[in-house]
Design a protein around this ligand. Sequence first.
Ligand code: DX5
Ligand code: ZN
Length: 234
Amino acid sequence: MSDATARQIIIAPSLLAANFTRLGAETVRACRAGADWLHLDIMDGHFVPNISFGPALVKALRPLTRATFDVHLMCDRPDILLEPFSKAGADRITIHVELGVRVVPLIWKIRSLGQQVGLAINPPTSMSALQPHLEQVDSVLIMTVNPGCGGQEFITECLTKIEQAAAWRDKLDLKYRIAVDGGIHGDTAASCAAAGADIFISGTGLFQHKNLKAAVLKMRKAVEAARCALERLS
Ligand code: DX5
Ligand code: ZN
């Protein structure tokens, strides 16, 4: 079995696209639908113009499921948020590489809290920003839209970044997972899988479906098929 086949596929619905009048029920719906992780987008009105929700909501949702809570901080001051989100029930925390020199101490802080570490990169940012941190992270998150809101169109040019992240992983024999986030639905998920992604974060592409279980399964199958095709080529 190759590394690619052995790597678990993770389908992570983003709560940002859920019905905000019933977030508890939506959390349960996503987990019963077969979601591996629940993706929680935290926006502070500075790093991105939008504001979403904070640790109080994460704490309220925590008792509803044992699913991994994947917290994505699109925030200018993650330093003041790491502990609150960790205490609220996060299992893994992703920060952005655009934070520059603050990235290294933040990675260590996340680890010291017992959390898995993710590092995200925005579409306009060069992959060279990510390279120095690859050995320190559990996942890299290739943003496939500009962060800030759901429902945007997938930026096809980001596929080369996924390929680059996968090539570095092979070359350096590292174990980080590759996540994609933004405009992910059946077709784009398959393209990302073929490029080397293994975590598929999807808001609108999943929550818009009344039958969320069928939507999660369809995405998983599309990704598996793309992976099998990749295997046959290699
Ligand atoms: C975008 C967020 C995404 C968002 C994706 O800023 O990081 O997680 O929820 O939404 P869709 O899947 O609708 O593009
Ligand atoms: Zn996100």
